[in-house]
Design a protein around this ligand. Structure first.
Ligand SMILES: C[S@@+](CC[C@H](N)C(=O)[O-])C[C@H]1O[C@@H](n2cnc3c(N)ncnc32)[C@H](O)[C@@H]1O
Length: 245
């Protein structure tokens, strides 16, 4: 097991070897990688079905394929200071059984699996390509024994988690308020959940896949304030830590 500073350094160096994982997993030519990453966001936005909520989960489950890997990889590489701060934050709270809900390309799940404070990480993501890619990465990084890959929380068969990580996911769900109910049920009085949200489609519709409906957002904040109490942390990012109220 590695210490927290070492894990952070490894992320800042090469995002846990992300580029070489992408090249090998997607059978890309090394020379094509930068174009693949550069085009990712544009490709993903143009694929999205639009505002129809019913189609959002199909989008993440079936439609995005490899393109979401590229989109997330480009973001984690270009915004590594921000992502590193989210890793610092989870290092303060993660312990024992961890759920990473909507884990994407696995940065947070892999970092948690490297931590000696964490017993096991359950990586849940609706997108099969993401699950297979992160399982591949876990093997490459030698942490596969500390990770389990599931499509839903139910599949984990864990009734209580000590830590929940749900970063940049809530705005992608058709009903983020119900997701808070689900998290509430799988936490005990000492569990801590890390949540952030970005209920905004962007100035120029850069994020057509984000929920921005006022009624949904208001319901979400009411539920959050009713059922959860914020736990202070000093890191200057939008992600918040919560206990059950
Ligand atoms: C913007 S990404 C965030 C990934 C990661 N948490 C991060 O911070 O980089 C959103 C992720 O949520 C996943 N997702 C969307 N809807 C989901 C659902 N209903 N259940 C589980 N995962 C979901 C997507 O497949 C995607 O990997």
């Amino acid at each position: 097991m590695k210490n927290d500073d070492f894990i952070l350094k490894e992320f800042i160096n090469d995002a846990f070897n992300l580029k070489s994982h992408l090249i090998e997993f997607l059978s890309l030519e090394e020379s094509d990688l930068e174009d693949f990453l550069r085009n990712a966001k544009m490709n993903l936005a143009s694929l999205h079905p639009g505002d129809s909520l019913g189609e959002v989960s199909d989008f993440y489950e079936d439609i995005v394929g490899d393109r979401h890997l590229a989109d997330l990889a480009a973001w984690h590489i270009s915004s590594k200071d921000y992502i590193a701060d989210t890793l610092r934050l989870q290092q303060r709270f993660s312990r024992d059984l961890v759920l990473d809900f909507g884990g994407g390309i696995g940065t947070h799940a892999l970092a948690n699996a490297m931590s000696s404070k964490v017993e096991h990480v359950f990586f849940v993501d609706i997108n099969q390509t993401n699950r297979i890619f992160v399982e591949y990465r876990a093997k490459k990084l030698g942490v596969e024994n500390k990770l389990t890959f599931c499509k839903t929380i139910q599949e984990t068969e864990i009734s209580k988690f000590d830590s929940i990580v749900c970063l940049d996911v809530l705005e992608h769900l058709p009903d983020p308020t119900s997701q808070l109910d689900i998290f509430y049920k799988i936490m005990d009085s000492k569990s801590v959940a890390l949540f952030n949200w970005y209920f905004y489609k962007g100035e120029n519709n850069e994020y057509p896949f984000h929920i921005d409906d006022n009624e949904i957002i208001e319901g979400f904040f009411k539920k959050l304030q009713l059922n959860f109490t914020e736990v202070f942390h000093p890191i200057l990012i939008t992600t918040r830590a919560y206990k059950k109220s």
